[in-house]
Design a protein. Structure first.
Length: 214
């Protein structure tokens, strides 16, 4: 699914990492670990085409996505990628339902199907019947559950999660990992940057940024 080959990233004279290589298979859940400042989030951003490496390749299904132009980049983000941010990245003044509606795929033109998908996703994350609530009225843990429901509705082939449990209590952190684990078992590739041993222990493999894979 993803092959990272001899990747390097510099910030001015500072080399964040170089010669970084690893592979993540389809349906695999990989933990990116390492100390703060090691570049875990930067690596996620490179895979998600929010940032560019200085050299090397990131191959998705054999194609080097670092060479994508603007159109291919937009299509990749829209059709393939799902991102789970620590700050949730939701429209706070919109309702829960409105936040999920923007993630429904274009092929789901039937409104009834979209509504069914949204209801099912909210039920999976423990927010059944709360689609009409404004996001800014929800707790942090509930907002992260909305972000999870948005991923479920989108059905991406690749999920990138940046410290998704960092600000959550145990119950909400467990709910996040459970959903990510379910998505990987259904065939989605999941890459998680984390300091949380509870997350790392649920992953199929661990990659220490800047070191060999274990």
């Amino acid at each position: 699914m993803i092959d990272i080959v001899s990747l390097s990233k510099n910030f001015g004279p500072r080399t964040l990492w170089s010669g970084l290589s690893t592979t993540v298979g389809k349906g695999e859940m990989l933990a990116l670990v390492g100390p703060s400042g090691a570049g875990k989030s930067t690596l996620l951003n490179c895979i998600g085409l929010l940032d560019r490496p200085n050299s090397g390749e990131i191959r998705f299904e054999g194609e080097d996505i670092t060479r994508f132009g603007r159109r291919d980049t937009r299509r990749f983000r829209r059709e393939t990628l799902g991102y789970l941010f620590q700050n949730y990245a939701l429209m706070e003044n919109a309702t829960v339902r409105e936040n999920l509606e923007i993630a429904t795929r274009p092929r789901r033109s039937a409104r009834g199907r979209a509504n069914s998908d949204i209801a099912e996703a909210l039920d999976r994350v423990g927010l059944a019947g709360r689609g009409d609530e404004k996001v800014h009225h929800l707790s942090g843990g509930e907002q992260q559950r909305v972000a999870l429901a948005r991923l479920i509705v989108k059905e991406p082939a690749l999920v990138l999660a940046d410290e998704p449990t960092g600000a959550l209590d145990h119950a909400n952190a467990t709910a996040v990992v459970d959903v990510l684990r379910e998505m990987s078992e259904a065939g989605c590739t999941v890459v998680v940057a984390t300091h949380d041993d509870r997350v790392k222990d649920r992953c199929d493999a661990v990659f220490t940024v800047g070191a060999a894979r274990s």
